[in-house]
Design a protein around this ligand. Sequence first.
Ligand code: SF4
Length: 365
Amino acid sequence: MTAAALPIHDYALLDDAECDVRIVAAKAKLGKRCIILGHHYQRDEVFKHADIFGDSLKLSREAAQSEAEYIVFCGVHFMAEVADILSRPEQIAILPDMAAGCSMADMANKVKVQQCWDELAKIIDVENTVTPVTYINSAADLKAFCGQHGGIVCTSSNAQKILNWSFARREKVLFFPDQHLGRNTGFRMGIPLAQMVTWDFNKPQGGLTEQQIRDAKMILWKGHCSVHQAFQPEQIDNFKAKYPETIVISHPEACFEVCEKSDYIGSTEMILKIVREAEANTRWLVATELNLVNRLAQECKAQGKSVHFMAPTLSMCSTMFRTDPQHLCWVLENLAAGHVVNQVAVAAEQAALAKQALDNMLVAS
Ligand code: SF4
């Protein structure tokens, strides 16, 4: 064991090949004491070192059931928070680069959501008529807000079940931070667009009239994922003009117009399942993050399937990209030397409330 933690700047200039060798050695030394989680949007150089792959909830749940003492989450900050909340007390969640955030999650914060709640309370009986629903892509304090107000967390896989749970309890939903997941899901449940209003958190009363708020079934936070906004309906039209046989599949974080033109809408896990299980020699146009699409395209080549990325320009998640082999090597070698670096720990009171909202989701889905 070294006397002090190894500094990150010693790793900045290591090349990827040397990192690979050292990551493998550190993993071998740590053995089952450490589990590396790889989100689907991670770059290949990191993804290949993961012990398990998947979406953020699946990874956190599996890590909590593992015997690992250290959970190294190659993903973004809210994911490591969820891993910490769902893990056993003796487990430690670690994020290789603390600057790996999520620009969508950052579009909602506790102050703005509380302000929205207070403004709604002046117009409607908010505690008895509105269920707050947060996408899992949000900070722990917003999950705690939902736990505190009888609300719930959702993922892109279970959003419809969660909305059903919510509407069974109260007549309206305040959905944050992703307007698109809310709108795309609500619309497919038969809620008219006119009853889904967008709360602009930079405007007084969300930029809405009292009547719009009273009439709304869903109040959608004006947040979005910049990666998924790169996909546009014209890209589908242009591609299909050339390849009419194309089947289009989009993540529900894509805008309404893209989802409307898609044959399938699904979470990352669903996109992988549908394309993997599709007939051989089919052609797919996919609207989700580039790293996932590239790996899927490679995997499906042997079955004669052509898998294409929808946007004509590169569109990868820049915050996911922050996790590089150098940071992964740094955290693992520190762990192997007995030092925990970059621990993500949610305060106990907040974690308990957030867990309430997560538990509601697990019961409802
Ligand atoms: S792809 Fe979008 S929602 Fe996912 S982590 Fe990146 S910014 Fe956040």
